[in-house]
Design a protein around this ligand. Sequence first.
Ligand SMILES: Nc1ncnc2c1ncn2[C@@H]1O[C@H](COP(=O)(O)OP(=O)(O)OP(=O)(O)O)[C@@H](O)[C@H]1O
Length: 272
Amino acid sequence: MATTPPTAPAIRMPPTSEAHLVLEGLTLRYGARIAVAPTTLTIPRHRVTAIIGPSGAGKSTLLRALNRLHEKVPGAGVDGRVLLDGEDIYGLGVDPILLRRRVGMVFQQPNPLLTRSIAENVSIGLELVGMPRRERAATVEWALRRVALWDEVRDRLDHPATSLSGGQQQRLCIARTLAVRPEVILMDEPASALDPIATSRIEDLIRELASEFTVVIVTHNMQQAARIADYTVFMTPNEDGAGEVVEAGPTEEIFTAPHNQRTEDYITGRFG
Ligand SMILES: Nc1ncnc2c1ncn2[C@@H]1O[C@H](COP(=O)(O)OP(=O)(O)OP(=O)(O)O)[C@@H](O)[C@H]1O
């Protein structure tokens, strides 16, 4: 039963003291067009937070702003702040390359390096930071075990990454992200290109990762959000076409007792 007017955002995220990331008036543009209206939100540490909403709601744009990938689009603009453990990632002197090691990203399509072996795909980030070869091998094994791929590939680490199935390639890409020991992992529809069995393995993995990492995932799949996310953020375009957060809070509440009429309409399939 909706208890707030359709226009009032209903935000019930944990307090700043439990947050890993804090968005303060984060506003994102492509040229003159606002893609994400001012957004203030906490992202809790070592939890899975899902961002759901219809196409064009600004979900991916918001996600990509959390490790400064948004600014790579020519003409893209950012206002407001994103605090990572209290430090503004858009502050003067913050190196986006170093930031992206702390806040890693997994994309919709598995994107292994096609000319590199399985092991090299995991160790590429470690090579770039100058880690010695022996240490790299140990980290490759750790990361592949972490994504439950080690037993499947331990005898063919030098084979091309393209010899793996789509689901295995996506777990490999997650291992590559983990290898540089990020704190936060951003995932943009990480299972949407996969079959149901591979999807289920990725979902299990995401739940496991939350014991050690903060995970923020964009998904079109509401059942997936309900299965894996501790918190859910619902975004939708406003009357000007800019995406805005309508409601955010514990996943169970969002799906069983939303406070905002627009959330209820979306999760019951009345729009979107
Ligand atoms: N590179 C870009 N240049 C210009 N406009 C863009 C760009 N990427 C996205 N947009 C626009 O920004 C708005 C939000 O897009 P975004 O991809 O963030 O939404 P989304 O909620 O993730 O959508 P979907 O679920 O379809 O992926 C859309 O109107 C989109 O057309």
